[in-house]
Design a protein around this ligand. Structure first.
Ligand code: SF4
Length: 189
């Protein structure tokens, strides 16, 4: 998806990979768990699509599903993306710990500017760019330090995209705000 503005710096390309075996309770993308679903896309096709559809791109956000369950393809995508979009940063969301990623997928881990790691834990509060406050942020490059060093620049929010296959909400929802909205609606209902 192009022009993602709620999951990282600026206006970004968002790629959600299919397949996740972690199974966090309360995951809001359960439809991404089954690795057999979805459409296969080559790295070349993704990069060609960005060249046709994007005039500028501040970064690539990878989420899922679990990106580390397709480590080679995701690494190739990051490398190709960086070749074409040189001033962009790469932000990767993973439900695995940073230590696990470094141990098992070092090349992939080191290819990212910033990683946000750890499983989603329902009922824990959200923080900037994070669905639950146990998730850790790892700034690995100077560019990441510049863009994400001050997290007050990254307020959570949702962006809605209406497409042929239905509506898509992109971003981190503030749990308190959703509860407040539901309470408000119930109150007025
Ligand atoms: S790691 Fe992400 S996609 Fe996988 S179950 Fe947890 S929240 Fe859902």
């Amino acid at each position: 998806m192009a022009n993602v503005k709620t999951l990282g710096f600026g206006s970004r390309l968002g790629v959600w990979v299919q397949g996740c075996t972690i199974g966090c309770k309360g995951c809001c993308t359960v439809e991404s768990w089954d690795s057999g679903l979805g459409k296969k896309l080559s790295v070349d096709a993704v990069i060609a699509w960005t060249q046709t559809h994007l005039k500028a791109c501040d970064g690539l956000t990878l989420s899922g599903g679990e990106p580390s369950e397709q480590p080679q393809a995701v690494l190739e995508l990051i490398r190709a993306f960086k070749q074409h979009w040189r001033d962009s940063d790469v932000l990767l969301y993973s439900g695995r710990s940073y230590r696990y990623l470094l141990k098992n997928h070092r090349e992939l881990t080191e290819s990212c500017d910033i990683l946000i790691c750890g499983p989603f834990v329902q009922n824990r509060p959200t923080l900037a760019l994070r669905g639950s406050d146990n998730q850790t942020i790892h700034l690995q490059t100077k560019l990441a330090q510049q863009r994400y060093g001050d997290l007050s620049d990254h307020q959570n929010g949702r962006q809605f995209h209406i497409g042929k296959n239905g509506a898509l909400a992109v971003g981190i929802a503030e749990k308190m705000r959703i509860r407040e909205i539901i309470t408000e609606e119930n109150h007025h209902g």
